[in-house]
Design a protein around this ligand. Sequence first.
Ligand SMILES: C[S@@+](CC[C@H](N)C(=O)[O-])C[C@H]1O[C@@H](n2cnc3c(N)ncnc32)[C@H](O)[C@@H]1O
Length: 259
Amino acid sequence: MANINNPDIMRQQYNDSSKLDIRIALHQRYSTNRQPFGDWIMEHYHIQPGMRVLELGCGTGNMWHDAAKWLPKDASLTLTDFSAGMVKTAMANVPALPNISFQQVDIQQIPFEDNSFDLVIANMMLYHVPDLKKGLSEVARVLRPEGRFICATVGAGGVYWWLENTLGIEEGKVYPFSLQNGADILEPHFAQVEMDQREDGLRVTNVEDLVDYVLSMASFSGLKEWPRDMLRERLLAQAVDGVIAIPKEYGLFIASQPV
Ligand SMILES: C[S@@+](CC[C@H](N)C(=O)[O-])C[C@H]1O[C@@H](n2cnc3c(N)ncnc32)[C@H](O)[C@@H]1O
């Protein structure tokens, strides 16, 4: 994943939510597991009254569209992202509740006191962080001793693996933070790490949506910025009875006892 944690490319990719919106829409439309991914993640949080919650790299904030369902009235939620454009989109998507605030924050330099949060969240973003050790030590620092850090990520045998094979990319890329290497990366920062994986897949029936998906991440994934027609042809060659079936490997880590 050549550019996946290159800061300049990341800034361009997430300057606003337009590219991420395309990818979220594909998963919402074609996932075989009909429980929204955000709801599956939320079920792991168990947010109790009085808890202080921080999300890093919140993106569009779409997981919190029904925030009142998951967040007790006297718990607080701080939604953050390093992109001002993403914070703006999140503010538009998330209900304006008095216990939810928004801030522009880079995980590598979290502007909060030690031991400030009961739950820290970072979904689908740790693989973008140039200095991940620094980012995780910042998370451990702001987490209370009995707090939890929950981070969703991808597995090496999912959508990107399928796309790399289908499009003939042979760079042997390794994700900087995946379901396979995530526990090893978290363990220096947390005494306890557990993983949970979700059953899912994609069954795409409109190839144009998949072409848009590939083009939305070509800049950082190493996927080729081929002409649209060529990309469409390659992807359509995988269709059986009008369906392109793609494996998904998504899951999360629950880390506790910050060290
Ligand atoms: C793939 S999106 C995931 C968004 C959201 N968490 C989700 O699961 O839909 C990655 C997000 O991480 C943010 N991001 C990337 N590097 C970051 C950093 N160093 N600190 C904070 N946010 C970062 C991006 O702006 C983007 O919104």
